[in-house]
Ligand binder design. Structure first.
Ligand SMILES: NC(=O)c1ccc[n+]([C@@H]2O[C@H](COP(=O)([O-])OP(=O)(O)OC[C@H]3O[C@@H](n4cnc5c(N)ncnc54)[C@H](OP(=O)(O)O)[C@@H]3O)[C@@H](O)[C@H]2O)c1
Length: 133
């Protein structure tokens, strides 16, 4: 399927499922925009994809940064959200509230805020896809 002329944003696109999706979309002709918390990894991934792929560092724990990112992106056709810190499951007694919040801020609230910013900018037929756990 051709994705020529489609803009696809992949948050968490520097490795794993997100990078695989970015590669697939790029091969299908999409204009891919990657984001993850580390600019060096964004640069390495966009280099591997080649032009016209682009991207920038974005920490999904930062709601203001998410809003600014989508202001910059403008209209889009697909959002793929796979960003998330490692899910280390420990017994409840060994899990601090701070650690649990760190995980949920990135895995749940990051996805929530990205979707909230992306939804009004989706073109007709657009979609949002999540991969989390
Ligand atoms: N792989 C599986 O088999 C599988 C199965 C079920 C569910 N899942 C879930 O699907 C999601 C993606 O899995 P994956 O295997 O693709 O994971 P992954 O390879 O670890 O990729 C995670 C991505 O999230 C980015 N990221 C981490 N913290 C971030 C932050 N604060 N802000 C923005 N980006 C951030 C990482 O880049 P940076 O480090 O550069 O930020 C990376 O690009 C995870 O939530 C995982 O638990 C995976």
């Amino acid at each position: 399927m051709s994705l020529a002329g489609k803009k696809i944003v992949v948050i968490g696109g520097t490795s794993g499922i997100g990078f695989a999706r970015a590669q697939q979309a790029s091969a299908a002709g999409a204009d891919v925009v990657l984001a993850s918390s580390r600019q060096d990894r964004v640069d390495a991934a966009t280099k591997l994809l080649g032009e016209p792929a682009g991207g920038r560092g974005l920490d999904v724990a930062d709601g203001n940064a998410i809003a600014a990112f989508f202001e910059e992106v403008g209209e889009l056709d697909r959002l793929v959200h796979t960003a998330g810190v490692s899910l280390v499951v420990k017994p409840l007694a060994d899990t601090t509230p701070q650690k649990a919040r760190t995980v949920s801020e990135r895995r749940f609230w990051g996805a929530f805020l990205a979707s909230k910013s992306a939804a009004p900018r989706l073109r007709d037929g657009g979609s949002i896809t999540f991969s989390s756990g």
